[in-house]
Design a protein around this ligand. Structure first.
Ligand SMILES: Nc1ncnc2c1ncn2[C@@H]1O[C@H](COP(=O)(O)OP(=O)(O)OP(=O)(O)O)[C@@H](O)[C@H]1O
Length: 233
């Protein structure tokens, strides 16, 4: 008999703990995130937002708790076991220039994840890169440029195109528009909204700006000293 797969959230974080020596940056934080949903982590500087992002992505191994992604518990996996899952959870960081290698042309930065997961074919690879650039609102001719030849907003769009090339299910967006001019923030947020609708992406959205959070998030976890102090819907 065929049973339908049991429903599980895209991401389920339970009692997450991150410590730096004597400092407890994240103190038993729990939340869940479904596909197609945006959950914001909001809180003052030093409340543990970035530490949570790194621990969810297993870029820093947590000191306690569990992180289930698509039903798999990540904290007990080895680096080797994590490798095939990593493309499915992609970070987008605050500094748009920091996520791209300054020496690489944009088209190579976007092509790299395709090559890494064996999805690059000489016949259609360049067209796929052009399509991704177009999808994030960049003229494909920008593929010839290097990051310093782009504005901050264009560079963040290129970083999003690179993230999409991995065909992720989850984007961990750590202050993705905070370094951008106010005039280009709305454009990047609208792009993220459109991509979420199109691909059903889950967003863990880290942001200290309450007005942006209210506008963009479905649910909010308020952080204070590393602990969730309650949810606002
Ligand atoms: N690499 C590190 N080594 C030591 N302590 C750290 C490290 N990274 C963060 N911390 C400490 O952990 C706590 C949480 O920091 P974290 O960067 O996660 O907070 P945040 O909410 O993202 O802050 P911000 O909004 O300023 O980025 C702070 O007390 C910080 O000083």
């Amino acid at each position: 008999m065929n049973h339908p797969p049991a429903h599980h959230p895209l991401l389920e974080v339970r009692d997450l703990v991150v410590r730096y020596g004597p400092v407890t940056a994240v103190d038993r934080l729990s939340f869940t995130l479904d596909a197609g949903e945006t959950l914001a982590l909001n809180g003052p500087s030093g409340s543990g937002k970035s530490s949570t992002a790194l621990a969810v992505l297993q870029l820093r191994r947590p000191d306690g708790g569990t992180v289930r992604f698509e039903g798999r518990e990540l904290t007990t996996l080895t680096e080797r076991e994590l490798r095939p899952l990593r493309p499915r959870m992609q970070p987008v960081f605050q500094d748009p220039y920091g996520s791209l290698n300054p020496r690489h042309r944009v088209r190579d930065a976007v092509a790299e994840p395709l090559k890494v997961r064996g999805a690059w074919h000489r016949s259609d690879g360049p067209a796929r890169v052009a399509e991704l650039l177009d999808r994030v609102g960049l003229d494909p001719s920008y593929g010839d440029r290097r990051p310093h030849e782009l504005s901050g907003g264009q560079c963040q769009r290129a970083g999003i195109a690179r993230a999409l090339a991995s065909e992720p299910r989850l984007l961990v967006l750590d202050e993705p528009v905070s370094a951008l001019d106010a005039s280009v923030r709305a454009g990047v947020l609208n792009l993220l909204s459109d991509l979420q609708d199109e691909f059903g992406l889950g967003y863990l959205f880290i942001c200290h700006d309450r007005a942006v959070v209210r506008h963009f998030a479905d649910r909010v976890v308020e952080l204070r000293d590393g602990a969730g102090t309650g949810r606002v819907t």
